[in-house]
Design a protein around this ligand. Sequence first.
Ligand code: UTP
Length: 415
Amino acid sequence: MDKMQETIELLESYNQNHIVKLLNKIDDVKKQELIEQISKIDFQQIMELYENTKKEIEIKENKIEGIPYLDKEKLTKQELEEFNSLGEKVIKNGEYAVVTMAGGQGTRLGHTGPKGTFKLDVYGKGKYLFEILIDNLKEASQKYGTTIPWYIMTSKENNKQTVEFLEKHNFFGYDKEKVTIFMQSEIPLVDQEGKLLIGKDLKIKEASDGNGGTYSSLRESGALADMKEKGIKWIFIGGVDNVLLKMADVTLLGIAISQGVQIASKSVVKANPHEKVGVFCKMNNHPKVIEYIELPEKMAEEVDNNGELKYGESHIMCNLYTIEAIEKISKEPLKYHSAFKKNSYVNEDGKEIIPTQPNSYKFESFIFDAFEFFDDIAILRGKREDDFAPVKNKEGVDSPRTAKELYEKYWERRG
Ligand code: UTP
């Protein structure tokens, strides 16, 4: 049987007749490209993920407890100095690297282009999100006398634009030699009927497979091997869109070292019991982040003996790992979650449709789903006004307006 016939049968067996029609319409070069792409897609997996979107989220009987943490504000001067000096040593020895996850689509913000190229309207002139991250790295490099190696994860969709942008701005003064850009893997997008979306290039439209893809992509891209070669021992992984993110927090690093753990994370207290953030807990004795939609209302409101929320430590994408931890996680498959999002596509008449409402499922693995592979995590509670100002939504909470306000207030305080 020839490849074309084989492909058609595969597509028909998974109810993807719109792609068969497309195959019959396009020229030979495009046809070969599409057949090649189809041969790499795991249709069984995609259909299982699609079927899962119709099922209710199951909350199993689990033993759930609050997570122990240290509050940065409550550390004694001596504790702080001890932790900081442990952390500083690692950075000064060149054993520390930073990874920025910049492969997201930023659909809620609606900015055209990679999120890092979004300009936040601060101090009149404005600053790009990438520029804000670089400011933080430059400050750390100056303080610890070494330029921290920086790895940026992009997606196939935004890699070119990201590289061009950073080149154009000369990496905002950061040593280009210390920057490595790598791409994450992708997974097809599926509409509400389980049909794979077609993109403008007349290929199956795929999107990055979630920030949990960071671990395997670090390995597959060779970035992890590069870190090993450089003698890196600790790896920080953070998002692209928190304008108060501290990527070289020596206190967090020192706490992880002194507690002898492989993973650590900075948290901030939930703004209110119903804030839409994931919170840390211990589930069946392993660290875990429960997504807000999966946290029953009673638990969300539960307080401890001190009157504080029992599940109040928010996960703010400020995570630290030993290189051994990344080695381990990068070999383990993470489960996929589905997100219903707006994605443009080309319909059967070849017309591009730009939806105004969510129309398709994006399957994503989450960075924090790897925490449960470990027995312990060190949690450092930071301060919202110092550590967390995300740019997520176009307007309202966690928007450019709130981030600008928090960013400017922070820098006013620091003088
Ligand atoms: P979010 O989950 O908030 O996604 O990403 P997003 O792409 O920024 O925004 P929406 O949901 O489409 O509106 C949190 C962090 O994880 C990165 C993002 O770039 C951001 O830094 N991320 C997310 C990836 O690197 N890859 C992904 O596949 C998803």
